[in-house]
Each structure stands twice: as structure tokens, then as C-alpha cells.
Design a protein around this ligand. Structure first.
Ligand SMILES: Cc1cc2nc3c(=O)[nH]c(=O)nc-3n(C[C@H](O)[C@H](O)[C@H](O)COP(=O)(O)OP(=O)(O)OC[C@H]3O[C@@H](n4cnc5c(N)ncnc54)[C@H](O)[C@@H]3O)c2cc1C
Length: 351
């Protein structure tokens, strides 16, 4: 089997399984990002290439990766390696005002940069047209331009390969579960490193049930909202199940079923709702506005969170039992659905 661009094209790109995470971009001249898609410009003769090996939609030895990253096999099937699960929010209103949920993701990145635990971080700005791509941030002003969620997936990880980097910087990354998976593959790969994969010192993963495909979703929004300037998008849980779009002066509510056709096919085979291969994962808390669900997974994630809490950057409290139960169920449901989708496709893409 070809484990280069040919294999990537056959098994991922032509199957519609790409999530446009950006892991394969800016590594060679043959792949480009265009309108939220990865497109091949030319054939490549390599038998093995980083584009295939880094892709989160190709086979992976999950036990091997977890052993390397977390010192244990992939045993906690419900939602991956977990040290602690709690509710948290940023204390400084500057974050909560602009953020999607409790602002903990932005506040932790800001804290890590100020404490020099990181020198730079790769975030995803929420541009007016909602086409996400990676941005290298180094200060609070930059972080604020990225706060909030774009429910479209885009090539955030391209920024890691592309830079520009200023020397031996320690890098943090905030990304979706597919992007956290790609980062662990990069670290586990024995292929030559030409980009600063080994300098990624923190990964904050975002919960994700699915992400939308840019082109179709953008066309839909243009038709529904015209040129209105979108300020924030929110997805509300059942029974409401709405996409709420805050624009200048108005609130538009669209039933989720209307946007389901724009969910990426590549998300349907993804078994990971809680970004299991991150140092820290963050999501919303259903029914409790202004707070994050936080899953602390690794030693370095735990150390950062504890320091941030001790210095009054974030506050936390225990997660109510019913929310914990629901989180586990939702995570398992995504796995069940992914396995069904994979079986339906007749090929097992991930172990
Ligand atoms: C596509 C998508 C689907 C999601 N689905 C769920 C879900 O099903 N359940 C749930 O509980 N939470 C989900 N979330 C996570 C949730 O929306 C918040 O990101 C999370 O609660 C963190 O909130 P915060 O206030 O701490 O983040 P903030 O402080 O606002 O920071 C958000 C960070 O997210 C990054 N970001 C925004 N959009 C993207 C993107 N498209 N790709 C990569 N990075 C991005 C930004 O760089 C920013 O650093 C989803 C997020 C996205 C982007």
C-alpha cells in the first residue's frame, strides 16, 4: 500500500474523508488549501510521505500513541486518558465577554504565554467569512482576535509547518479532535522532521461532535443573512437544537437540521468527541452558560491548569454527576455512530 500522496488521495481525499485539518499542508508543493478544502495540484512518486502519515483519517496504532504520550495503553474507552473532569471559567471578564463558553481556552493560552511556558501558540481566528485557518499568536490582543468558535473546520495546523517561527520557540496549539490526533501522529512519526513538531509543548483540544464544510455553509449563510456581519455563532443542545447567529443588532435562529447537510463526511467516521489526545480538552457545559467542561489529561496539562487556578486566572468546581454521565454517553454515542459509518463504508480506517 502506498503511504504517500497517492495513498492519501485514494483513501482520504477522493473518499471525501478529509477534514481539512491542515496537517498535510505546506510540507510539499503538491497540496494546497482552497476554500476550506485540500486540493492536489500534482502527483508525487514517494512511497511514504508525511502527508499520509500525519493524516488523522489514516490507520493509527492508538495503543502505541497513548503509551508514548500518556504512559498507558488506550484503555479508557469512554473518553480517553482522564486525570480530572471539572467545570471552569476564566475569572477575567475580558475573556468571558469574547469567548465561546467560559473563556478558559483563551485565558490558559494567555497565562502560558505570560509565564513563558510557551513562546507562541497556534489558534484559529474567527474571520468575518468564518473560513478558519491557523494564526500564530504571541500576546493577549492576538488571542482576543481568535476567541469564539467557528463551526467550520479549516487548516489550522498548516501554520505549524509554515511559520514564520522566531528560533526555538515553544509552541502551543488549540485545535479540534482531528487536529490533536494529527499532532500525536507527527510526534510519533519516524519520518524526517522539517517543521517544529517537537517544539509543541501544549495541546488544548476542543470538544467536537462535527464541523461544517466551508463552501456550502458559507453559501447558505449568504442566502439567509445577506451581507449581515456575523459576530457569534452558538449551537444549542436538545431539545432546542438551534444554530444561533448573532449579527449586528439581530439574532437569527436556524434549526440544526437545516445545516446537517453541510457536516463534513470526514466527521462522520471520527470516533473522538472530546479531543482525547490533548493535554487538556475543553467544551461547553450543557444548560449552564458561561462555563467550560474541562478534561485534564496529561501531567503538563494538569500542571498548567493548577498553576492558573492558584494564580486566580481560572476558577473551577466539580462537575455535577448528571452532567458527567451525559458527557460519557455523548462521547460513546459519537464512537458508536463512527463505527457504524466506518462499517457502512466497508473499511476500517482507524483502530
Ligand atoms: C467545530 C467545533 C465544534 C464544536 N462542537 C462542540 C460540541 O459538540 N460540544 C461542546 O461542548 N463543545 C463543542 N465545541 C467547543 C466549544 O464551542 C468551545 O470551543 C469550547 O467550549 C471552548 O470554549 P472557550 O470559551 O474556553 O473558548 P475561547 O476562549 O472562545 O477559545 C476558543 C478557541 O477555539 C479555537 N477555534 C475556534 N474555532 C475553531 C475551529 N474551527 N478550528 C480550530 N480551532 C478553533 C480558537 O482558536 C480559540 O482559541 C466545538 C467547537 C468547534 C470549533
Amino acid at each position: 500500500m502506498n503511504r504517500g500522496l497517492k495513498g492519501l488521495e485514494e483513501r482520504v481525499l477522493s473518499q471525501g474523508l478529509c477534514t481539512a485539518c491542515g496537517a498535510c499542508l505546506s510540507l510539499c508543493p503538491y497540496l494546497r488549501s482552497w476554500q476550506g478544502r485540500v486540493v492536489k495540484l500534482h502527483d508525487c512518486g514517494l512511497e511514504e510521505g508525511r502527508c499520509f502519515v500525519y493524516c488523522p483519517r489514516t490507520e493509527v496504532d492508538l495503543d502505541g500513541i497513548c503509551q508514548k504520550e500518556f504512559g498507558q495503553k488506550y484503555e479508557k474507552v469512554e473518553m480517553g486518558p482522564v486525570k480530572n473532569i471539572l467545570m471552569a471559567r476564566a475569572r477575567d471578564p475580558i475573556w468571558r465577554k469574547k469567548a465561546q463558553s467560559g473563556g478558559v481556552v483563551s485565558a490558559l493560552i494567555d497565562f502560558a504565554l505570560r509565564k513563558k511556558a510557551l513562546d507562541a501558540a497556534i489558534l484559529t481566528p474567527r474571520e468575518a467569512d468564518f473560513l478558519p485557518e491557523g494564526r500564530i499568536v504571541r500576546d493577549r490582543e492576538d488571542i482576543l482576535t481568535c476567541a469564539g468558535s467557528s463551526y467550520v473546520s479549516g487548516p489550522t495546523l498548516e501554520a505549524l509547518h509554515k511559520g514564520p517561527w522566531q528560533g526555538e520557540e515553544k509552541i502551543g496549539v488549540v485545535g479540534l479532535p482531528c487536529q490533536a490526533q494529527a499532532l500525536t501522529r507527527m510526534r510519533a512519526s519516524s519520518l524526517e522532521r522539517k517543521t517544529p513538531v517537537d517544539r509543541v509543548g501544549l495541546v488544548i483540544g476542543l470538544f467536537c461532535t462535527w464541523a461544517l464544510e466551508y463552501e456550502q455553509f458559507h453559501a447558505f449563510l449568504n442566502k439567509r443573512l445577506g451581507q449581515s456581519h456575523m459576530i457569534k455563532l452558538e449551537i444549542t443542545p436538545p431539545p432546542e437544537r438551534l444554530l444561533k447567529i448573532h449579527t449586528n443588532g439581530s439574532l437569527h435562529m436556524i434549526p440544526i437540521d437545516e445545516i446537517r447537510p453541510f457536516i463534513r463526511k470526514g466527521c462522520q467516521v471520527c470516533p473522538d468527541m472530546t479531543a482525547e489526545l490533548s493535554d487538556i480538552s475543553a467544551g461547553t457545559v450543557e444548560g449552564i452558560e458561561g462555563w467550560n467542561t474541562m478534561i485534564i489529561r496529561s501531567d503538563r496539562g494538569e500542571m498548567l491548569f493548577k498553576k492558573a487556578e492558584a494564580e486566580g486566572i481560572v476558577e473551577s468546581k466539580p462537575m455535577p454527576e448528571d452532567h458527567l454521565g451525559h458527557l460519557g454517553e455523548a462521547s460513546l454515542l459519537k464512537k458508536r455512530k463512527a463505527i457504524e459509518a466506518i462499517q457502512k463504508r466497508g473499511e476500517l480506517l482507524q483502530k
